[in-house]
Design a protein around this ligand. Structure first.
Ligand code: GLA
Length: 732
């Protein structure tokens, strides 16, 4: 933090002498627990001054006096006096590469989302306006910031070279950086290390599946090794599904975070009269450790970001791992019947159902031809929705509308609709034939809209869509964009996708849509407003899912994490684990199944029926409750454990899994969180392997004080490899 007395006194003096030209005001946006303060000085600049525990106006003088504030320009611009990293750099039509932003207007308003501070800057010489926004989302702990840039010139393009959404200072100290990386089948692997001096970068340039390699969510601890339920932590996440880049600069005793769309290979030309809006950077601070950050994001996600965040999710069976491409009327009907008998609520037919000229029997053909493969489904989709009705469950369907195969009727008719170079051979992806449609082309946007529109107008009974995306951007080039706008493809693709999704949601606000990208390739907040949930990973191995779901839970709520029980041995890892372990893991998210029920044993079916019934009981707690991570699988303490509690702490659910097994390993006492120390709780085993032999804890009564401070002894419950437990705690 910088000593700032002089500047502050100067501001006061000028304000006091009524020199309107240099009037300065500090704006405070506050949530229930935290505040963010920005000082805006007319005709000059604005400074980010504070983000931390809640303050009031009267606290400010003391904070300025004692230097408890930052003096960090809210938008460090390139070209005149900013020597370090910048958030905004442009090239004016005459080649001048500098910016000189002067504050022209400031306005604190509020709308249905919450408070909004708008600072308007104008360049001192050039007709360019930059607006900066700071928002607090009401009833949450989340704040956000972004900018927009307008070229007000009558002629001449302004080239945007760098256009970050946020510049956030943090105090340098004993900081750790928590970030999440992975790939197909291993999403959101947590990485936690001391924040080094210099620059740390979290970035992704995949084009379409930008949450695979690196997730945009990250945390920085302010007081040492991060803990789950205590300690000061900052959490930030860029709300953008495209390429992004977050730079964490730790130089010279300060931290400065600069986050936004990844500007690499993305030069953007702002035409006269055009405005470019950057995505929001969402953030919060907490003195309740990483768990505090996660709970703040979960609540905000449910309230402000996910589609239908307050609606309870159906328990579904997805056909993929059960039958892969071998979809047909009889098998679908049988799967529906079997799943309905287990208490399931929704059946989703995955890949393999479409393609008239080229039936989709494998991944080499048919993407783009979204009509049923008649041989497999002679009764059409109607045959399936009617079967679902007969079995008393809902019906959903898989599509991958942003894509084509070169072996498809769509490609034969419209070879110009795919991303490509005119003078190079086409690189083809999955199945050796998959290509990406050029969504910047309005005709392609209509096609994608029509895929959904046709399905839903012809079959209004479809309750759920799984929207997949199994490619990144290859053949970087658009036949639709002019040659001086080719470099805007990465950005325009995502804006076009948003346009299509807006059209879909305007017409079909109610349908549930899952966001899938070969698993969790799009598990970020960028597209979640149009989607209800994401497919967490193609890896359904319950053991590895404990890690994947643990990582994801740092920013994304359980209601958004599709978590399915699949066959054993697992198809991705060949691991064999009991049905109970598989259910206990899947029940900690949005429960589903991904299996051919016909191949399950009678015991597995009997268990599944009981577990599904139990999940219905605890669904509101898991899907809408507060999550607490208790024992991390990363700490190698032999178990992993997490729990959920409802708002009034009358009901909670505890999950625990045996992760390692050695004879000399102890199972640690599990201390619960989110429960009331003054209440007494009765324990119920939700998923006993044998209903006649529930967990020894079943039926016991324990005080909240003991659960929190002494903990539960799960030693005998988790005494063998692949043992697990799911317990409900109900206040008496
Ligand atoms: C992707 C998805 C899977 C499944 C297949 C179908 O890999 O992640 O869940 O839908 O495509 O081809």
């Amino acid at each position: 933090m910088k000593k700032t007395h002089l500047t502050f006194l100067l501001c006061l003096l000028l304000t006091a002498t009524g020199m309107k030209a240099q009037e300065s005001k500090t704006y405070i946006l506050s949530s229930g627990k935290n505040s963010l303060a920005v000082t805006a000085k007319d005709n000059e600049s604005a400074h980010f001054q504070y983000f931390g525990p809640k303050i009031q106006e009267k606290d400010l003088p003391g904070m300025f006096e004692t230097g408890a504030v930052y003096w960090s320009k809210t938008i460090p611009v390139f070209g005149i006096d900013n020597y370090g990293e910048n958030a905004l750099a442009v090239e004016m039509p005459d080649g001048n590469m500098s910016l000189d932003l002067k504050l022209a207007d400031r306005n604190l308003t509020s709308d249905d989302k919450g408070e909004l501070l708008v600072l308007t800057f104008k360049d001192a010489v050039y007709p360019l306006t930059v607006k900066q926004y700071f928002r607090h989302y009401k009833d949450t702990e989340i704040f956000s910031t972004w900018i927009d840039i307008t070229n007000n010139a009558k002629k001449g393009d302004v080239k945007l070279l760098n256009f970050a959404s946020a510049t956030i200072p943090l105090p340098r100290g004993d900081n750790y950086l928590t970030q999440f990386h992975g790939g197909w089948g291993s999403e959101s692997w947590m990485n936690e290390e001391v924040l080094p001096n210099g620059q740390s970068v979290i970035a992704d340039k995949a084009g379409l599946r930008n949450a695979f390699g690196s997730n945009p969510g990250f945390m920085i601890s302010l007081d040492g090794k991060p803990r789950e339920n205590s300690g000061e932590v900052f959490g930030g996440n860029l709300i953008w599904s495209g390429n992004y880049k977050t730079k964490i600069n730790a130089y010279n005793g300060d931290i400065k975070i600069i986050s936004g769309i990844n500007e690499e290979e993305s030069l953007y030309r702002l035409k006269p009269g055009e405005t470019f809006q950057t995505p929001e950077f969402a953030m919060t601070v907490s003195n309740e450790g990483k768990g505090g950050i996660s709970r703040a994001f979960h609540k905000w996600g449910r309230k402000h970001r996910l589609a239908h965040g307050d609606r309870s999710r159906d328990i579904l069976l997805n056909s993929w791992e059960g039958v892969y491409f071998k979809v047909n009327q009889e098998t679908m009907d049988q799967m529906m019947a079997d799943f309905a008998a287990l208490g399931g609520e929704l059946f989703v037919m995955d890949d393999g159902w479409f393609g008239d000229k080229y039936p989709r029997d494998n991944d080499k053909t048919s993407l783009g031809d979204w009509t049923v493969a008649k041989k497999k489904l002679p009764l059409g989709i109607k045959g399936l929705t009617e079967a679902a009705k007969k079995h008393g469950i809902k019906f959903g369907i898989w599509i991958e509308p942003e894509m084509a195969n070169t072996k498809s009727e769509l490609y034969e008719k419209h070879p110009d609709w795919v991303l490509q170079h005119t003078n190079r051979p086409l690189q083809q992806g999955r199945g050796g034939t998959q290509v990406v449609l050029d969504l910047t082309n309005p005709k392609v946007q209509d096609h994608v809209f029509n895929v959904v529109d046709n399905l839903l107008t012809e079959n209004p009974e479809i309750a759920y869509i799984k929207w997949d995306c199994n490619s990144d951007i290859m053949n970087y080039g658009s036949l639709n964009l002019p040659k001086d706008r080719q470099s805007e493809l990465y950005i325009r693709y995502h804006r076009s996708l948003q346009n299509v999704l807006d059209r879909i949601r305007d017409k079909y606000p109610d349908v549930t849509i899952q966001l899938c990208a070969s698993g969790g390739g799009r598990a970020d907040y960028g597209l979640l407003p149009w989607f209800d949930e994401f497919w967490t990973s193609d890896n359904t191995d319950a053991y590895q899912r404990v890690f994947i779901q643990w990582g994801n839970s740092h920013f994304y709520p359980a209601i958004a994490q599709a978590s399915h029980v699949s066959a054993s041995p697992n198809h991705q890892t060949r691991r064999e684990v009991p049905i109970k372990f598989r259910f206990d893991v899947a029940m900690s998210g949005r429960l589903g199944m991904e299996i051919q029920p016909k191949n399950m044993t009678a015991e597995e079916k009997e268990f599944s029926k009981r577990a599904i019934a139990s999940y219905k009981e605890i669904r509101p707690i898991v899907q809408q409750g507060e999550q607490y991570r208790l024992v991390s699988p990363y700490e190698k303490k032999s178990i992993a454990s997490l729990m959920y509690a409802n708002d009034d702490k009358t009901k909670a659910v505890l999950f625990a899994y045996r992760m390692d097994y050695l004879n000399n390993q102890n199972v640690p006492m599990v201390k619960l969180q989110g429960i009331d120390e003054n209440k007494v709780y009765k324990i119920k085993d939700l998923t006993p392997a044998d209903p006649k032999k529930p967990s020894p804890l079943d039926g016991m009564t324990v005080s909240g004080k003991v659960l929190k401070n002494v903990g539960l002894n799960l030693g005998s419950t988790l005494s063998r490899p692949w043992t697990s437990t799911a317990l409900e705690l109900i206040a008496e």
